[in-house]
Every structure is written in structure tokens, then in C-alpha cells.
Design a protein around this ligand. Structure first.
Ligand SMILES: Nc1nc2c(ncn2[C@@H]2O[C@H](COP(=O)(O)OP(=O)(O)OP(=O)(O)O)[C@@H](O)[C@H]2O)c(=O)[nH]1
Ligand SMILES: [Mg+2]
Length: 451
């Protein structure tokens, strides 16, 4: 990619790493990338197989000649490889001594050294094989726990986001060119005016599309990071008991002493193929010690950020009022009456749902309802969604620049062109075409070694 910087880790080095799982495994894949990849393969096994064909070879230390494995090897000639460099792969038996032998053999080849985390992917980026969003998609794919996360990550890794943002960026560059033409032809009134009008029309149409893209209810971020559910309510109503029932294990301490839970406790759940992060919080009440007060502060701040609050009520105790800011959240609060198994349960309280965290009554229905809510929040149109804050911030910056150039703003064409350039640069930062140095280290540090 033209704007990408030279590698900070030395692109002339040939790097190698274990790319499959660590530990004792049936097979282990070691990948090698860089100018000496072919020599390395020749030095430890020969003859070199045809490119992209697997061959069975005896593998030897290049200096001592000692065999360390009998294995499949593959040779990939650059630049049509994942990193854009020459590459080879060793599909070894996955024992620790075999791997130690392979690493010793590769280290003995001049120019070869172990790779750092994300170094293969970074070379792919620098050789224009990946844009930043695709790299991020690959990390998310490796991290994916649910079907929805996998689908979204795979789509991003295949370039769906880059295509969308690059498409918009091209339109912005075209609009900017029209504005610049209107400056160049300012002596010829008609031509200048038409160019300016056309440029502004592109900007206005983009502003509408980008605005709609931002108003997606965080759908992509919900899939990627999880739908945030917070269990809140007065002390002792059974919040921790519900958390344990949803998690199907004893994650939280349950006791009949009010004020048991102090800190926020989280579990990750797969709800119908979508990730949800459920948080149990401290019971909300007025009189409490310093530690409990801090717990209550954390509970309220979590509830504030939540996609859904489960407000728990105790069917054996007098009703407690929901804090005003929670009550004002409308749809995003589910009122749940707990302890309906108890002999003295009040059943006439208005609630969205009635359960017993103790017997499990009503829990399957609640889970179904939650799964449906998460699915509604995560599903949307077929357009790719914003998947992370880094992208959202740049898209917001892009829209802000675009909003300043509307026909009503009456900016001189020079300033309009400048704002269009800023809008295009914001999109360029997402895919890594503009100022990639700022984010490269952060993005590639999230990769594991061997990727
Ligand atoms: N009968 C009955 N008791 C329940 C039920 N759920 C919880 N309890 C009891 O209520 C008490 C409080 O339960 P917890 O889950 O600790 O309540 P909590 O809301 O987390 O309490 P704090 O952390 O103190 O705010 C315990 O004695 C539980 O056994 C239920 O469905 N039925
Ligand atoms: Mg609790």
C-alpha cells in the first residue's frame, strides 16, 4: 500500500513462528515468511516441492544434519502469498521436542528469526494484501465465540467494510476535485457554478448515507462486544441468584444478608448465537457503608451504559421504586418479579416477567425473551455495520466535516474543498490509507504470535 510505512521490525528478516495451537498436539504448523524462506526450506529438506503442492520430506538441521521430523512441507512463491513475501509451511508432528528441533533448524539459517505477535499480518498489510479493517476482522475471527461474531468477522476479513468506506472515500475525492475545478474556473461563471453544485450534491448525498450508517443502534458493536445486560434492583431480591441461574453455575455469592454483592460481576452467555455480557450488581439502597456505596455507584453507572436492564423485584417484600433515570429508559428495562415460589409471594405486582431463581420457574421463558431481544438489536439490514469504536469515531469526524459544507453554510469553495479532504482522510484512517502509523501498533499488537 503506497502510504504504508516501511516495517519497523525489519522487512528484510525472514520470520518464523508456530501458527497452530501450542502444547502437545497431533500436528503443528510452522510458517516462514521473508526473502530466505525458500533457502530455509532447501536447507532443511530437499528437493523443494512445486509451489502450492504439499510434499512429504525428511527434515534435518542444516548444520548437523540431524533429522527432527518426517513431515509435509509446502512452498509458496511471493508475491502471491498471504504476506506478499516468499513463504513456506512445515506441517510437523506437534511434540515439544519436534518444535524445538524445527526452531533450532530455522534459526541456523542466516536471516531467519522468530516472529513477533502479528508480524505476518503486519507484513501482509504493508505489502497491500490486507487493509486495516480486514486485519481487524481476522483478529475478531480468531477471537469469535458465537456464530454471529464469526459471520461478522468473516465478512469484515473479506473486505466488506473496506469496500464500503473506500467507496465513500472515492466519492469524497471526486467531490473535492469538483470543488477545486470550480476554483480553477472561477472566471468562467457557469462552469464554476456547475462544478460546485455537483460537488455539493455528492457531499449531501454522502452525508445522508453516512448519517444512516451511524444510526445503526450499535448493531455491529453489539455482535462483536456482546449485548450488555445489567441485573439491578434493591438488596436481597435475588439478583445474584438470577445471575447464577442464567449462567447455569455458581458465579456469584448468594446469601440472605442484604448487601452481599459489592462489585460488578460479569458472565458471558451465548444467547441464541449472539454474545451477551450479563452483569450482577450491588443492591441499590440509601444507608450503606463506604464499600457498598462504591458498589452502588458502579451498579448505577453500569445500568446507565447497558443495552438492557433487568430490574428485579422481590415478591415477598414491599415494592421498591426504580431510580428515576432507570425508569426513564422505557423499553430498555425489563421488570422481573422474583421469588414467585415463596408462600407469601405477591402475585398481583405489575411486571414484564415472573420467575423463581430458586426453582427455575420462568427462567427458560426469560432466556427466550432475552435471546429475541438480543437478536433484534444485533440484526439489521444487510449492509455491513460499524464494528468498533475506532471506526465509529472516524465516521463521526467524517460526518462532522461533511455537515459543515451544506449549501446553506455558504463556505467559500476553498474551505469546502478543505472540509471534503478532511472527511475523506477520516475514512482513509479507518482502512489504514491515511496516517496508518497512529494505529498500526495498536491493531497488530492484538494478534497472536504466528499470525
Ligand atoms: N424463595 C426464594 N428465595 C430466593 C429466590 N431467589 C433468591 N432467593 C433468596 O434470596 C436471598 C438473596 O438472594 P441473592 O441472590 O443473594 O440476592 P441479591 O439481590 O443478589 O442480594 P444483594 O447482593 O445483597 O443485593 C437468598 O437467601 C436467596 O436464597 C427465589 O426465587 N425464591
Ligand atoms: Mg447479590
Amino acid at each position: 500500500m503506497a502510504t504504508a510505512p516501511a516495517s519497523v521490525t525489519g522487512a528484510q528478516d525472514t520470520i518464523f513462528a508456530l501458527s497452530s495451537g501450542a502444547g502437545r498436539t497431533a500436528l503443528a504448523v510452522v510458517r516462514v515468511s521473508g526473502p530466505a524462506a525458500g533457502t530455509a526450506l532447501d536447507r532443511i529438506s530437499s528437493p523443494r516441492p512445486k509451489p502450492r503442492f504439499a510434499a512429504f520430506r525428511k527434515l534435518r538441521h542444516p548444520d548437523t544434519g540431524e533429522e527432527f521430523d518426517h513431515a509435509l512441507v509446502l512452498w509458496f512463491a511471493g508475491p502471491n502469498t498471504e504476506t506478499g513475501e516468499d513463504m513456506c509451511e512445515l506441517h510437523l508432528h506437534g511434540g515439544r521436542a519436534v518444535l524445538a528441533g524445527a526452531f533450532a533448524a530455522l534459526s541456523a539459517v542466516p536471516g531467519c528469526r522468530p516472529a513477533t505477535a502479528g508480524e505476518f499480518a503486519r507484513r501482509a498489510f504493508e505489502n497491500g494484501k490486507l487493509d486495516l479493517t480486514a486485519a481487524e476482522g481476522i483478529i475478531d475471527l480468531i477471537d469469535a465465540d458465537t456464530d454471529a461474531q464469526r459471520r461478522q468477522a468473516l465478512r469484515q476479513a473479506s473486505g466488506a467494510l473496506a469496500e464500503l468506506y473506500e467507496g465513500w472515500r472515492k466519492e469524497l475525492i471526486e467531490a473535492q476535485a469538483l470543488l477545486e475545478a470550480s476554483i480553477d474556473f472561477s472566471d468562467e461563471g457557469d462552469i464554476a457554478e456547475t462544478a460546485e453544485t455537483n460537488g455539493l450534491a455528492i457531499a449531501a448525498s454522502l452525508a445522508a448515507r453516512i448519517g444512516a450508517h451511524l444510526q445503526d443502534g450499535r448493531r455491529g458493536e453489539i455482535v462483536r462486544e456482546g449485548f450488555r445486560i445489567v441485573i439491578a434492583g434493591p438488596p436481597n431480591v435475588g439478583k445474584s441468584s438470577l445471575m447464577n441461574a442464567l449462567a447455569r453455575r455458581d458465579v456469584a455469592i448468594v446469601s440472605d444478608e442484604p448487601g452481599t454483592t459489592r462489585d460488578v460481576l460479569e458472565v458471558r452467555l451465548d444467547l441464541g448465537g449472539y454474545m451477551a455480557v450479563v452483569a450482577d450488581t450491588a443492591g441499590l439502597r440509601e444507608a450503606a457503608g463506604t464499600v457498598e456505596q462504591e458498589g452502588i455507584r458502579r451498579a448505577l453507572s453500569r445500568a446507565e451504559e447497558a443495552d438492557l436492564v433487568l430490574w428485579i423485584m422481590d415478591a415477598t417484600a414491599p415494592a421498591a421504586d426504580m431510580p428515576a433515570d432507570l425508569a426513564g429508559r422505557g423499553q430498555r428495562v425489563l421488570r422481573i418479579l422474583n421469588k414467585i415460589d415463596a408462600a407469601d409471594a405477591r402475585r398481583n405486582v405489575s411486571a414484564d416477567h415472573a420467575i423463581s431463581a430458586r426453582t427455575g420457574a420462568g427462567i427458560p421463558d426469560l432466556v427466550t425473551k432475552l435471546s429475541r431481544t438480543v437478536a433484534e438489536a444485533a440484526e439489521g439490514s444487510n449492509n455491513p455495520a460499524i464494528t468498533q469504536l475506532r471506526h465509529r469515531q472516524q465516521i463521526e469526524a467524517c460526518l462532522e466535516a461533511l455537515k459543515s459544507v451544506g449549501p446553506l453554510s455558504k463556505l467559500p469553495p476553498e474551505l469546502t474543498a478543505e472540509q471534503l479532504r478532511r472527511a475523506a482522510d477520516a475514512l482513509g484512517r479507518i482502512v489504514g490509507r491515511v496516517d496508518p502509523e497512529d494505529v498500526l501498533d495498536q491493531v497488530f499488537a492484538r494478534f497472536c504470535i504466528g499470525k
